[in-house]
Design a protein around this ligand. Sequence first.
Ligand SMILES: NC(=O)C1=CN([C@@H]2O[C@H](COP(=O)(O)OP(=O)(O)OC[C@H]3O[C@@H](n4cnc5c(N)ncnc54)[C@H](O)[C@@H]3O)[C@@H](O)[C@H]2O)C=CC1
Ligand SMILES: O=C(O)C(=O)Cc1ccc(O)cc1
Length: 309
Amino acid sequence: MSEAPFEKIALIGIGLIGSSIARDVKALGLAGEISVSTRSPDTLKRAEELELGTSYTASAAEAVKDADLVIVSVPVGASGAVAEQIAPTLRKGAILTDVGSTKASVIAQMQPHVPEGVHFIPGHPLAGTEKSGPDAGFEGLFAGRWCIFTPLPETDRTALDRLRGFWEALGSRVDEMDPQHHDKVLAIVSHLPHIIAYNIVGTADDLEAVTQSEVIKYSASGFRDFTRLAASDPTMWRDVCLHNKDAILEMLARFSEDLAYLQRAIRWGEGDKLFDLFTRTRTIRRSIVEAGQDVDEPDFGRHGAAKKS
Ligand SMILES: NC(=O)C1=CN([C@@H]2O[C@H](COP(=O)(O)OP(=O)(O)OC[C@H]3O[C@@H](n4cnc5c(N)ncnc54)[C@H](O)[C@@H]3O)[C@@H](O)[C@H]2O)C=CC1
Ligand SMILES: O=C(O)C(=O)Cc1ccc(O)cc1
């Protein structure tokens, strides 16, 4: 029998992302042991019922002992506290990574606690859903999706290649980026769409002239797409907003300017302006579909692509 690439993987946080990683690690035999730790006793119990790991503990410090790979999958606002808890028991030579949706803030919170000899490689898989908790995870979530690393200048290349191999085994494609650039890119492609969704659904809920039951009864598919995003985890998205504040505010300012342009064009009946914008945006959608990034298409990236050699 061939040896697993990692002796022991510690998963700190076992919600949608942590539990999806656990399912893949198990299915693909990537670790000899999987220790699971999370703050909430109910979640830890559920992870055990789902047999996501080989050991379970409420103590993150206990979980990381002897682990050669530690993956922190908690809301970004909790990353600093987790790093502080695990610092004293991290094994020398271990790889420490995370999956947080913002990177500059996670680095600022975690790096000061990382002991000498531990390889800290911040990461972000661009894969997920609006659901949360250990039951929401599934095998193959990361297949065909990007995982972005935002390594520090001093990051050890051998450790980085090892972590790259891990994500590639899960079926992901890996890219590297500067953390500030990551935060700007994600602000427009992920954070703003969620904020817009929360806002439009909130606006619909606040209307006096249209009842809530009418919104539900007549919701067209466009509105339904927004409600899916607006059902995303409130803790996670509160943290994303607070921890990528500058980039989000910058993108929101641009968005508001462009919205004012549209508003003006509608007010003054400038159909050509509307038509030109709507034509330009169509090509973006077509490029996404052509690049194979349209995961809403049935069966894309969901069924065992990670298992293909
Ligand atoms: N949900 C998504 O689609 C994606 C989320 N992410 C990022 O992944 C991370 C985890 O997100 P999800 O798995 O979706 O969240 P989740 O809500 O499903 O799970 C979060 C886990 O963290 C634990 N936790 C919370 N605070 C903690 C603390 N202080 N100490 C220890 N454990 C704690 C919870 O008990 C739970 O096990 C977040 O940083 C998020 O930004 C990244 C890509 C996609
Ligand atoms: O559910 C969706 O459409 C998402 O966009 C999931 C998602 C949420 C947060 C991330 O940092 C990455 C992916």
